[in-house]
Structure formats: structure tokens, C-alpha cells
Design a protein around this ligand. Structure first.
Ligand code: GTQ
Length: 351
């Protein structure tokens, strides 16, 4: 259908409308017709921009923060990765926050809990741990660790080198819903209630405790997805058929339900053999991507970058993504996909 173009508006009509808008503004009202197309766009037009953070620079700058403030004083010593299109809002996409956290040998990031859900992706250094609701896990490069909503968590470094990881939280989502609560623990480090590995043994070995009956939206009790398992799975499936748009890609799940590990954040691991080039694909979930192994080139919309180990980039909603690996590449990513799927909003277009 070809809608007829409306007649041009005379200057006097324009002035009359402007005066009217001012009168109704006094009653806290505003006309829909001036904003309708921005409110109901024909397709997503995210203010977020595609961007890349190179780890070589990130590392230097977060280590500098280590000389300026202690983990104890900061509570969490983190450099927020702020989307250049969303400055001042502490977010990397409209719904997600990302930051680079540093913990130095001997330091403790004290126990607290909040309704925001968090994930960690360990990037650098050995000897740190995260404790979640009374159980510690040693953090190793590539490990994907979660602290679901309202779980107590603290971090510490028992080793002798700086440890750096990427934090991903649903802070903007919880802020949007005005549903944020937080509290600090009296104890700086939680007391261990269970031995290390307990949760993984109980919930992460294709079994669950005999009387365990999770609700569909419950986060998983498996709070660590060890990198060696992820890597072994990706390498095993890489002998089979690839997906032209995704290479070899798996999503992390709550093994007891099949849902995402936490209700607000989905996470993915992807293997691209050397020389593999994905076909472009766009999706409504703005996504944060980390290169854990290998190197290559990424195209997001009209931009393109080379990426190396531990580089982080963000792909805004509905921008076309294309990846090319020049060495075998292992990519981790996270997004708000489970939220969009629960609301019936998620779309993907394979180009
Ligand atoms: O480790 O608990 O990057 O509470 C932001 C808020 C990390 C954490 C962040 C947090 C944490």
C-alpha cells in the first residue's frame, strides 16, 4: 500500500500546534504523533554502538587501578566497559553491564549479595577463587562462573599473580525494572559450607539430588562451567557438520531444566576452525563477545576489526555479525536472549 503524503503544514498551523504542545506540557502530556515512529520503529535502531576493547590495553589500565585503590576500599575494583553510544550509563548494551575486575595477591573482595545476576569469565592469572553461597571455586582461564540473583559472593586471590576476569551483569535490566536490592555481609569472606566441587558433582554430572525439583526460571546450582569441559565439547563437535552462520556453537544451560544458567543472561561458546568464515547474521539480542583462543576478523555492521586473545567486542541489537578465524578460534559470548525469548521478542535473521 502506498500511503498518501500529508499536505505540508503552514507556518501558522505549526505555531498553533507548538503553543498547544506547551499548554498540554503543563499537564504532563505530550503528543504521540511527534514521536510515534521513534517509539514503534520498523526495526531495532539501537543507540548502542559496535565497539572493541583490546586486552593488551585493558590489562595495563586495570593494573594501574591496582596501584590506585585496593579491592577492599573499592569493594569491587572494576573498570566498566561503557558502550560509546551509551556514555554515562554504565552499560555495554541497553540491558547489560560489563566490566573488567582485578584482584591482586592477598586481596579480598568482601562478601555481598544483590538482586542483579552476575557472570564471570576468567581471563588472566591463577590462584583466585569466587565463593557463591558457601562454596568456593578456583578460577581458571576460560571458566564461566555465575552468581545468581541474591546469592552471597566474595572473591579472593590466594596466589602470587594478579587475576583479571570479565564481569557481566544484568544491572541495566534490574535498573529498568527498579527492582534492585543489595546488602553487605558482616563476614568479609564467607565461611565454607561445602567442599569445592560439591555443586558440580551434585548438579553438573547429568544427575541431580533425588528430591531436587527446580522451578522453570530457577538459576542453576552449577555455578561453574569449567573451561576444559567446554573446550572438549567444542573440539568433539568440530568433527561434525558446521552451521554456516555460527560455525560450531553451543549455549550454556541449567542442566536440570535446559533453560539458560540464569533467567536474565544467556551465554554461548563457539568454535571456528582456522579459515572458517561465518555468513552474516543479525539478532535482536545485543551481544558481548570475548575471544578466548585464536584470532581473526569481525565485521559488525559496516565496521571491521581484527581480534586476538582476550579482546572483547560488543554487537548491538540487529547489527549484522560476521566472523572469520585465521587461527582456530574459541569465542565466548553473552546476551539478554533468555529475557527476549521469555517475552516472545527474540528474532534472528540469517543473511
Ligand atoms: O563482583 O560482585 O563488576 O557487585 C559489578 C558489581 C562486579 C561483583 C561488578 C558487582 C560485582
Amino acid at each position: 500500500m502506498n500511503a498518501a503524503k500529508p499536505d505540508p503544514v503552514s507556518l501558522s498551523a505549526q505555531r498553533e500546534r507548538a503553543a498547544y504542545y506547551e499548554r498540554i506540557a503543563a499537564n504532563h502530556m505530550t503528543p504521540l504523533w511527534e514521536v510515534l515512529h521513534a517509539l514503534v520503529p520498523t526495526q531495532p535502531k539501537s543507540p548502542a554502538q559496535a565497539a572493541i576493547w583490546r586486552y593488551a590495553e585493558l590489562r595495563e589500565q586495570v593494573l594501574e587501578a591496582g596501584r590506585l585503590i585496593s579491592a577492599e576500599e573499592a569493594e569491587r575494583r572494576v573498570l566498566i566497559l561503557e558502550n560509546p553510544g551509551l556514555r554515562g550509563q554504565s552499560c555495554i548494551t541497553q540491558s547489560l553491564y560489563a566490566g573488567l575486575q582485578l584482584i591482586l595477591p592477598g586481596e579480598v573482595a568482601p562478601a555481598h549479595r544483590h538482586t542483579q545476576s552476575a557472570l564471570r569469565l576468567v581471563l588472566d592469572g591463577e590462584g583466585a577463587y569466587t565463593a557463591v553461597d558457601g562454596e568456593r571455586t578456583t578460577m581458571r582461564r576460560g571458566d564461566f562462573i555465575i552468581t545468581p540473583s541474591w546469592t552471597w559472593h566474595d572473591h579472593g586471590n590466594l596466589g602470587n599473580e594478579p587475576v583479571v576476569w570479565l564481569d557481566g551483569l544484568d544491572i541495566p535490566t534490574v535498573r529498568f525494572l527498579d527492582a534492585g536490592f543489595a546488602e553487605k555481609s558482616e563476614l568479609s569472606s564467607q565461611q565454607a559450607l561445602r567442599p569445592e566441587g560439591d555443586a558440580l558433582a551434585r548438579y553438573g554430572a547429568n544427575m541431580v539430588p533425588v528430591d531436587y525439583a527446580p522451578k522453570p526460571a530457577d538459576p542453576t546450582r552449577v555455578f561453574v562451567y569449567p573451561f576444559e569441559r567446554t573446550r572438549a565439547s567444542l573440539q568433539a563437535i568440530a568433527h561434525g557438520a558446521s552451521d554456516p552462520h555460527h560455525g560450531f556453537k553451543l549455549r550454556y544451560v541449567n542442566p536440570a531444566t535446559g533453560a539458560s544458567p540464569m533467567p536474565t543472561i544467556g551465554a554461548f561458546a563457539q568454535w571456528l576452525p582456522a579459515g572458517f568464515e561465518t555468513r552474516p547474521v543479525q539478532a535482536t539480542d545485543g551481544t558481548v563477545v570475548v575471544c578466548l583462543e585464536g584470532s581473526g576478523e569481525v565485521n559488525v555492521g559496516y565496521q571491521s576489526w581484527r581480534f586476538h586473545e582476550s579482546d572483547v567486542f560488543v554487537v548491538p541489537s540487529w547489527q549484522a555479525l560476521q566472523l572469520r578465524a585465521d587461527r582456530d578460534a574459541l569465542m565466548f559470548s553473552f546476551s539478554d536472549r533468555p529475557v527476549q525469548q521469555a517475552l516472545g521478542l527474540w528474532r534472528e535473521q540469517r543473511l
